[in-house]
Write a protein that binds this ligand. Structure first.
Ligand SMILES: Nc1ncnc2c1ncn2[C@@H]1O[C@H](COP(=O)(O)OP(=O)(O)OP(=O)(O)O)[C@@H](O)[C@H]1O
Ligand SMILES: [Mg+2]
Length: 305
């Protein structure tokens, strides 16, 4: 069973007063559970357009996209939104943190859409996630008081807090220096490995691409597997050697594995819900004040067939 499957996918847009523009054509890709895929391509090659399709934000003009072996087109818009919220985590170059909200509030945000025990325990779960990315001491900091690397860690905590099965990253290290970028990737890899999440990473950076197990190139909307020795996956030893001296908090924590498992077990755990710290009504008001998705990508006006 594949997690995500694209078959002969095309994406065409019709810009105002201009002829139709085919951005992606004949794209075939299968992402298995726990997979690690990299996609490299020049600016304008269609990477973000592809990511929007992989993230169920847009539908293809032609071809079929299946999630859990079911065509995405057969889902209603609301069902697709729920599936995305529960199963897909996005990491972008721009961290897209909500200004005027603390790190903790930012990471809590996706949990406002969960139900039951997870909803009531959302602050605790978000705090645990921030601990996990090494920012337990910055929970109450506003984004503009955090460094770029710290902001990206908050964004990653927010992307992973619901335990997605698929992590989609679009130039995740584009705004970071080399060392910070490597430690951020290390962090994503560790969490993905321990939770069994699949990753699709879009990047210009060959060293980031090399971390993946399977490699693709996107050239003018055509996706091809890369069979280049330079893209041989890194060995674990090479990855360790590439990591900055101060290793990631997940790697450093002896209890990391147990913590992550605990974190995502919450949903099924039996027991008394904690006394809610806020009323459901005020939480709902908060829900309305925040966007449905954390994505601020340029949405393409498509000709969804
Ligand atoms: N809605 C749209 N209307 C018109 N053109 C679009 C639209 N969306 C994307 N494009 C064009 O399609 C091409 C691919 O865009 P896309 O954003 O996917 O590229 P990219 O590979 O992510 O580039 P970058 O590396 O610069 O982020 C670009 O030429 C872009 O201008
Ligand atoms: Mg892009």
């Amino acid at each position: 069973m594949s997690l995500l499957h694209l078959e002969d996918v095309t994406r065409t847009v019709i810009p105002a007063d201009q002829p139709a523009l085919t951005i992606l054509s004949g794209v075939n890709l299968t992402v298995e559970p726990g997979d690690h895929v990299s996609i490299v391509g020049r600016s304008g090659s269609g990477k973000s357009t592809l990511l929007n399709l992989l993230g169920l934000l847009d539908l293809p003009t032609s071809g079929v996209i299946s999630f859990d072996d079911r065509p995405v087109k057969s889902y209603s818009g609301a069902r697709r939104d729920r599936l995305r919220g529960a199963s897909i985590g996005f990491v972008f170059q721009q961290f897209n943190l909500l200004a005027g909200r603390t790190a903790l509030e930012n990471v809590t945000m996706p949990l406002l859409y969960s139900s039951g025990r997870t909803f009531w325990r959302r602050k605790k779960i978000a705090a645990e996630m921030l601990e996990l990315v090494g920012l337990g001491h910055r929970m109450n900091s506003m984004p503009d008081r955090l460094s770029g690397g710290e902001q990206q860690r908050v964004a990653i905590a927010r992307s992973l807090v619901r335990g997605p099965r698929l992590i989609l990253a679009d130039e995740p290290t584009g705004a970071l220096d080399l060392d910070t970028g490597q430690s951020v990737m290390e962090l994503i890899d560790e969490v993905a490995e321990r939770t069994g999440a699949a990753q699709v990473v879009i990047t210009h950076d060959p060293m980031i691409a090399r971390r993946a197990r399977r490699h693709f190139r996107l050239d003018r909307g055509i996706l091809t597997p890369v069979d280049d020795p330079a893209f041989e996956p890194l060995t674990r030893r090479e990855m360790r050697e590439m990591a900055p001296v101060e290793s990631s908090p997940v790697a450093a924590s002896e209890d990391g594995e147990r913590e992550v498992i605990e974190l995502f077990r919450v949903e099924t755990e039996a027991g008394e819900p904690e006394a809610p710290s806020e009323t459901a009504a005020s939480a709902e008001a908060e829900t309305e004040a925040t966007p449905e998705t954390e994505t601020e990508t340029r949405r393409t006006e498509g000709t969804d067939a």
